[in-house]
Design a protein around this ligand. Structure first.
Ligand SMILES: [Zn+2]
Length: 240
């Protein structure tokens, strides 16, 4: 039998549980599991809080909620994959309901689409009063393309920048499938924010990076290498 007490709750288990679409037997199994597993209990609490967003049943609200589920799921998964950063990831989940300091969409080599970084339209994933705001794209040779989107060609990488309590540049190198985040201006007592690259493809694991200082510089850099082609959400850990 599939439903064992020690089995973690899947995303669809949680959705069914919150929608009261489980049998009494299944609900009991889940309740017993949650009494022993803080991770699943927290997942249910977080999802329940997020469900309040369903007050507005618009397509936009629905899409936003899906993205937020995506971040919550990725944070839980990343905490499992990176036990050393578990506390920070759980703090992110708990205090910010999975909302980010900043969010971007990265489209990498999707057939029929330009590789690009999109920085507008993801406010729903961002915490109130963010310290960091991506508001312009850096184009290598000559400006072109739509505002909010830079397109790649042979001469330039796709880049966007944010100025805030520190400055951040995110770039995609299509040649070697690399996503690079460079942070400048972190003061000595400050931690560089964790950065999550979350694939839309459910079978792919989220990629987590803790930016490291490049020796001899003031820069902190996070590199995601050999990133498979696809669509991603790039989110920054909220700062206190
Ligand atoms: Zn569990």
């Amino acid at each position: 039998m599939k439903s064992q007490v020690w089995q973690h709750l899947s995303d669809s288990d949680v959705e069914k549980y919150l929608a009261n679409e489980v049998s009494e037997e299944e609900a009991l199994r889940m309740n017993v599991h949650m009494s022993k597993c803080e991770k699943c209990a927290e997942k249910v609490r977080t999802m329940r809080r997020l469900n309040f967003l369903f007050n507005q049943w618009t397509a936009k609200a629905h899409a936003e909620l899906l993205y937020q589920y995506q971040i919550v799921g990725a944070l839980n998964q990343a905490a499992e994959l990176h036990p050393d950063l578990k506390d920070r990831l759980h703090n992110w989940l708990k205090h910010w309901q999975g909302k980010a300091e900043a969010a971007l969409r990265v489209v990498l080599k999707v057939p029929g689409e330009a590789t690009q970084i999109i920085f507008k339209g993801w406010e729903a994933m961002v915490k109130p009063e963010p310290h960091l705001k991506f508001d312009y794209a850096v184009v290598g040779m000559r400006p072109r393309g739509v505002r909010g989107v830079t397109k790649i060609d042979k001469t330039d990488k796709t880049k966007v920048r944010a100025e805030g309590i520190f400055s951040v540049e995110v770039s995609v190198n299509e040649i070697n499938n690399e996503v690079i985040v460079q942070i400048e201006g972190i003061i000595p007592d400050q931690k560089a924010p964790l950065i999550l690259l979350i694939p839309d493809a459910k079978e792919q694991e989220p990629l987590l990076s803790q930016p490291e200082r490049e020796s001899g510089t003031n820069y902190y850099v996070a590199r995601f290498q050999n990133v498979p082609a696809g669509r991603y959400t790039l989110v920054f850990e909220p700062m206190e």
